[in-house]
Design a protein around this ligand. Structure first.
Ligand code: FAD
Length: 317
C-alpha cells in the first residue's frame, strides 16, 4: 500500500519508523528482532535508509596509507523487499542522488518495482566527509527535486533512454525531506522553503521532517509551508535521544536546536541509561502533543533500537 493512501485513509494518528541496513558483513537478525518487537503496535510502514560509497584511508601493516572506497551499509533494496515479504508491512526505501548516476537510480527503481515495493523517499544525500560541498555524480542529480521528476516520469513509463518503447510504468508514492529548522546549507529558511516547494511541484506526495525536539518548530514549519502553498501532508520525525553525548552532538550533525530545559535534564544524567530514559520521556511528551494536534502520522528515527520506540508506542497508543 502507498504511504499517501495510508495517511489519507487513517482516521487517527498512526506511526512509522526508520531502520538502517546492517553493517556490511553482519546478518539481518538484529534488524528483524527490532521489527518483531514493534509489530504489536501496528507500525504502518518502515523506512530503510540508503548509504553511498565513502572514501576511507587506512594504514597498512607496512605503514603505507591506502585510500579505498567502501559502502558500509549496502543492501537497502534486498532488506526492504525482505521486510515487506516477511511482515507484510509496506516499506519505504530511501533513494539518494549522491553517489549514483540517473541510470543506476533507474535500475534501483526497477528492482524495487519488481519486488512489489510501492514507496520511496527521494533524497539528495549528504556530502562526503571528504567534501566541502555536495558533489553530484557527473551523470547524477544535483538536487532531490530532479530525482523526484525522474521518479514521476516513470509513472508515465518515461525511462531515460528515449529509444525504449512500450515501457512498463512504475508507480511509486514519493516522500521528500523537510527541515523545520532549515537545511544546514540553505542561506535562510525562506530559500529552503522555496526549494522544498520545488520538490512538491515536481510531484512529491508528502514530506517527512528532519528530527526536532521542540514541537513548536514543527507547528511553525507547517504554518509556513501552508502559507507558501505547500499543501501535502507533513509527517513529523522524532528521535528518542539514546546516548548522553547526543545532546551536544546532534545539533551539529543535523543543524537543530535542543531546548535548554531538556538539555539540562540530560546533562544531569549519570550515565547513558539514565539519559535514554529522559530522552524517551521527552519523545513520549512530543508524541502525545503531536497526537493532540491531530498529525496524521509520526515517524520515529530508531537507529535500530526498539526498547525506547516500544515505550513510546506503549505510552501513546
Ligand atoms: P535537497 O532537497 O536537494 O536540498 C539540499 C539543499 O539544496 C538544501 O539546502 C536546499 O535548500 C537546496 N536546494 C534544493 N533544491 C534546490 C534547487 N533546485 N536549486 C538550488 N538549491 C536547492 N541521507 C542519506 O544519505 N541517506 C538516507 O537514507 C537519508 N535519509 C534521510 C531521511 C530523512 C527523513 C531526512 C530528513 C534526511 C535523510 N538523509 C539521508 C539526509 C539528507 O540526504 C540530507 O539532509 C541532505 O543534505 C539533503 O537532502 P534533501 O533531499 O533534503 O536535499
Amino acid at each position: 500500500m502507498k504511504v499517501i493512501d495510508i495517511i489519507n485513509q487513517s482516521d487517527k494518528t498512526v506511526f512509522s519508523f526508520e531502520l538502517l541496513p546492517p553493517l556490511k558483513g553482519q546478518n539481518a537478525d538484529k534488524l528483524y528482532r527490532t521489527i518483531e518487537e514493534l509489530l504489536e503496535f501496528d507500525p504502518k510502514y518502515i523506512n530503510i535508509t540508503t548509504h553511498r560509497d565513502e572514501m576511507e584511508y587506512r594504514t597498512l601493516p607496512n605503514g603505507l596509507l591506502e585510500k579505498r572506497t567502501i559502502r558500509k551499509r549496502p543492501g537497502t533494496v534486498a532488506i526492504a523487499a525482505s521486510i515487506q515479504n516477511r511482515y507484510n508491512v509496506p516499506v519505504v526505501p530511501h533513494v539518494v542522488c549522491g553517489g549514483f548516476t540517473k541510470e543506476e537510480t533507474e535500475n534501483m527503481l526497477l528492482d524495487l518495482n519488481f519486488m512489489g515495493i510501492k514507496n520511496v523517499l527521494a533524497l539528495r544525500g549528504d556530502k562526503l566527509k571528504s567534501e566541502s560541498i555536495f558533489k553530484p555524480e557527473p551523470e547524477g542529480h544535483a538536487y532531490a527535486n530532479e530525482l523526484v521528476k525522474q521518479i514521476v516520469d516513470l509513472r508515465q513509463g518515461k525511462y531515460l533512454d528515449p529509444e525504449l518503447k512500450n515501457n512498463t510504468p512504475m508507480d511509486f508514492c514519493i516522500g521528500v525531506a523537510g527541515y523545520p529548522e532549515k537545511h544546514s546549507e540553505a542561506t535562510n529558511p525562506d530559500v529552503d522553503l522555496i526549494n522544498l516547494r520545488k520538490k512538491v511541484e515536481s510531484g512529491a506526495d508528502y514530506i517527512v521532517t528532519q528530527m526536532f525536539f521542540d514541537n513548536q518548530k514543527y507547528y511553525d514549519f507547517v504554518d509556513r509551508c501552508r502559507a507558501a502553498g505547500i499543501n501535502v501532508p507533513i509527517i513529523p520525525g522524532i528521535k528518542p535521544l539514546s546516548l548522553k553525548n547526543q545532546v551536544s552532538v546532534l545539533p551539529g550533525i543535523f543543524s537543530i536546536d535542543i531546548p535548554e530545559e531538556f538539555a539540562k535534564e540530560v546533562r544531569k544524567c549519570k550515565n547513558n541509561e539514565d539519559a535514554r530514559q529522559v530522552g524517551t520521556e521527552w519523545a513520549i511528551a512530543q508524541a502525545k502533543d503531536l497526537i493532540a494536534h491531530n498529525v496524521p502520522c509520526f515517524h520515529i528515527y530508531t537507529y535500530g533500537i526498539s526498547d525506547n520506540t516500544r515505550q513510546i508506542a506503549n505510552a501513546v497508543f
